[in-house]
Ligand binder design. Structure first.
Ligand code: GAL
Length: 416
């Protein structure tokens, strides 16, 4: 028989052991659309199977602007979540604040250095230490289409150049349908804009103008042509576009109301979640003129410094799970992206993903692989926000001349 004191000690030991083994992991993310929610549910399942408690902290709003605002207020008030969906240069900014946890123990044990492309690993590190775990690679410069709508309008295949695109768009219009499904939010405007710049100017110009923010490139004839093309794309969108969420624009394509959408491959996650078949119901192709280039967008989770041992253990398990083969496959099959972990089998993936995977490797060799500005991969958040605003103003107000639009973008690019 246990004495009460012995029993209490035994209970205390069990409780301590449990606290070290399992913890609550509060995860801030913005994956709330149909395809996104299905994807994040897979991570939740894996964490629950490891005995952890998943506390979902979802902040709706595509592109993550709302989530970023909420995250700031939580961290400033000294109450950060265990993990948050943060990416690109924003990871470095958060790390510089001294609030991110060091993930090196997990990264070393799991051999991340040998499992990640160096360009990705560098973004996940701050001063040589891992502070974030990458989830996937999304390609941004995609164009999606409804196969039945193209057929109805007499469009023979996916347009490869901007001229072909506008000819196709005219046919769709003549058939009484909406050529381009668009959601007028500044990250969506910029998603279209950067594909236009890439298609009109090529990868080198994209780099000079949108990443180096070179004044000469921003003032060039190629930039002028890009803005003219961008404005022309807008003339094929519908009047209800302002403010529309991206997944509702995808739904317009699915429902045969619209022909095309310029969007990253999370749109494919939406089509798949609705039971649509790639290559049959919906088509994917690189945005016109961008087949030899690839704008990448890597989602990742950064972990915040927490005191509780159970929570720290859960963070380590979360980081390891994210880079594990099981998660990398099932998550990306749902999300529309491709695994970020190298040497994964693509056998279960569809042709859009296979093209993405091949093009990711090929464009890395030719210089065509460039970070997406629209999705926070390339420049510091302050300049990114200013340029997005200038581009959206131009998109929304046809009275702003191309010359003034160029000036406004160049001015925004100088934001420190
Ligand atoms: C992107 C993000 C994706 C996607 C999209 C829409 O910035 O990287 O994972 O879900 O926003 O919310």
């Amino acid at each position: 028989m246990f004495k009460v004191s012995q029993l209490a000690a035994a209970v205390a030991m069990v409780v301590t052991a449990a606290a070290v083994q399992a913890g609550e992991v509060e995860v801030l993310h913005y994956w709330t659309s149909g395809g996104e929610a299905k994807s994040v549910a897979e991570l939740k399942k894996i964490m629950q199977a490891k005995g952890h408690v998943w506390k979902d902290f979802a902040v709706a709003g595509g592109g993550g602007d709302n989530a970023a605002t909420v995250l700031k207020s939580r961290v400033v008030s000294g109450n950060p979540p265990a993990a948050a969906q943060i990416k690109g240069p924003a990871i470095q900014e958060w790390a510089a604040e001294g609030v991110l946890a060091n993930l090196d123990a997990t990264a070393k044990a799991e051999k991340w250095d040998s499992l990640l492309p160096k360009v990705v690993a560098d973004v996940m590190k701050y001063k040589g230490n891992y502070v974030a775990a990458p989830v996937n690679v999304h390609r941004v410069n995609w164009m999606w289409a409804n196969a039945a709508v193209l057929k109805k309008a007499g469009v023979a295949g996916m347009p490869k150049t901007w001229d072909e695109f506008f000819a196709a768009a005219d046919k769709v219009k003549a058939a009484g349908l909406i050529p381009v499904a668009h959601g007028g939010q500044n990250w969506q405007d910029f998603t279209t804009f950067e594909s236009v710049v890439l298609g009109v100017g090529g990868a080198k110009f994209y780099n000079d103008a949108l990443i180096k923010l070179d004044a000469k490139a921003l003032g060039s004839d190629t930039m002028k042509k890009s803005l003219e093309t961008f404005r022309k794309v807008k003339s094929y969108t519908d009047a209800a576009a302002p403010g529309r969420d991206w997944n509702l624009a995808t739904a317009m394509v699915m429902q045969e109301k619209a022909a095309f959408q310029f969007m990253g491959d999370w749109a494919k996650g939406e089509f798949l979640a609705a039971g649509k078949a790639p290559g049959k119901d919906f088509l994917c192709a690189a945005a016109p003129g961008t087949a030899n280039a690839y704008t990448f967008n890597v989602d990742s989770f950064a972990m915040f410094k927490l005191k509780d041992a159970g929570a720290q253990k859960a963070q380590g398990d979360l980081a390891a799970s994210i880079m594990g083969t099981e998660f990398q496959e099932v998550f990306n099959l749902n999300k529309g992206s491709i695994p970020v972990r190298l040497n994964m089998s693509m056998a279960k993936f569809d042709d859009c993903a296979k093209t993405s995977s091949k093009d990711f490797v090929d464009t890395a060799k030719t210089g065509g692989l460039v970070p997406s500005v629209a999705h926070g991969m390339a420049i510091k958040p302050a300049a990114e926000g200013a340029i997005k605003d200038a581009v959206s103003q131009f998109w929304n107000d046809d009275k702003i001349s191309v010359a003034d639009g160029m000036k406004n973008i160049a001015k925004a690019a100088a934001t420190k």
